[in-house]
Design a protein around this ligand. Structure first.
Ligand code: 13P
Length: 252
């Protein structure tokens, strides 16, 4: 049985006090959603300690949106994986398309970040996904395959057991345009096949989340698909009610 996960990527939104309120709202309503759903919230770095406090006593887990490629030292402005782990993070989002696109993150950087994450006991939520041109040119399978081969294939079998993949088509992020449930299933199944080529049967246990304009109105249909194990939610994670309603999309 694969884990069912609904993770909120808050991106660069909310002030710390607003983030605490949001986290408290999720905690307050969590009981309305199946305990089979694993909720994760990923606030900005600046909010992690306060949000960790707000989540105390609940089963909602904490993640960060990024970590440094190096362990420590003279890297002004960077935040080490050890630091976010010390604040209570269990997860770290790596390779989000916004980081690839705006901050030039390459597979080489991501390999180092993945190592840092594992060295500090964090589970990476590794993001893959094609942009609109690539989708229209029919290259989406090749794009996600390369993103997996260049990074995930470097993991050990042990590390692979602690990995979450998020498929996020760039054309669906923040655009209101969602992949159809069939499009999601098609590429999730493909991703699982690519994972199985390297890791064999363990690929059947790897949660693969869908991300990109996922909301209460479309979550259930997407999550009902065989190879979709939940969602990585942006905009709709900023309202506790919507985030929880997405969790209610699990009917399997
Ligand atoms: P939206 O849900 O706002 O489209 O963002 C998706 C995303 O990028 C989550 O990481």
């Amino acid at each position: 049985m694969r884990k069912k996960i609904v993770a909120g990527n808050w991106k660069m939104n909310t002030l710390p006090a607003e983030g605490v309120e949001l986290a408290k709202g999720v905690v307050a309503g969590r009981g309305e959603v199946c305990s089979c759903v694993n909720f994760i919230v990923c606030p900005p770095f600046t909010h992690l300690a306060m949000v960790a406090e707000a989540l105390k006593g609940s089963d909602i887990e904490l993640g960060a949106q990024n970590c440094a490629a190096e362990a420590k030292g003279a890297y002004t402005g960077e935040v080490a994986a050890s630091m976010i782990a010390a604040l209570g993070c269990k997860y770290v989002i790596l390779g989000h398309s916004e980081r690839r696109q705006y901050y030039g993150e390459t597979s080489a950087t991501l390999n180092k970040k993945m190592e840092q994450a594992y060295a500090n006991g964090l589970t990476p939520i590794y993001c893959v996904g094609e942009n609109l041109d690539e989708r229209e040119a029919g290259k989406h399978f090749d794009v996600v395959k390369a993103q997996i081969e260049e990074v995930v294939y470097n993991l050990s079998e042990e590390q692979f057991k602690n990995l979450v993949i998020a498929y996020e088509p760039v054309w669906a992020i923040g655009t209101g345009k969602t992949a159809t449930a069939d499009q999601a299933q098609e590429i999730h199944a493909y991703i699982r096949k690519v994972l199985a080529e390297k890791f064999g049967a363990a690929a059947a246990e790897c949660p693969i989340l869908y991300g990109g304009s996922c909301k209460p109105a479309n979550a259930a249909e997407i999550f009902a698909k065989e190879d979709v194990d939940g969602g990585l939610i942006g905009g709709a994670a900023l309202k506790a009610e919507d985030f929880l309603a997405i969790g209610k999309g699990f009917q399997k």
